[in-house]
Design a protein around this ligand. Structure first.
Ligand SMILES: [Zn+2]
Length: 106
């Protein structure tokens, strides 16, 4: 867990907001919920590296282990990039999370 503002890992739990765990950064005071980092907390550099790994044939679980980015986050990035690059993207080939689990952990 990283602060989306200053990237500090000095995070404290800060109660619940609408059923989601709220966190507060001790260093800068930024408050955020769990899935904030899952969607937009990573830098473009991390995103690019993960996408490069995916393009080079690494599985989502492998990327998760190497980069510490949750595999569903990487899948979302792949989908986002796919929408930007329709010529190189076939939505039929994007596997569902459940299928990935089976594929990566036989
Ligand atoms: Zn912070």
């Amino acid at each position: 867990m990283q602060c989306p503002e200053c990237k500090s890992t000095h995070i404290r739990q800060n109660g619940n907001r609408r059923g989601k765990q709220n966190h507060i950064c001790v260093d800068c005071g930024r408050q955020f919920i769990d899935d904030y980092t899952a969607l937009r907390g990573y830098s473009d550099e991390v995103k690019r590296e993960c996408l490069k790994m995916y393009v080079n044939g690494m599985g989502f679980r492998a990327i998760e282990r190497v980069k510490g980015v949750h595999h569903t986050t990487v899948i979302n990035w792949v989908r986002q990039v796919g929408e930007l690059l329709p010529d190189a993207y076939d939505p039929q080939t994007t596997p569902e999370v459940g299928q990935l689990d089976v594929a990566c952990f036989p």
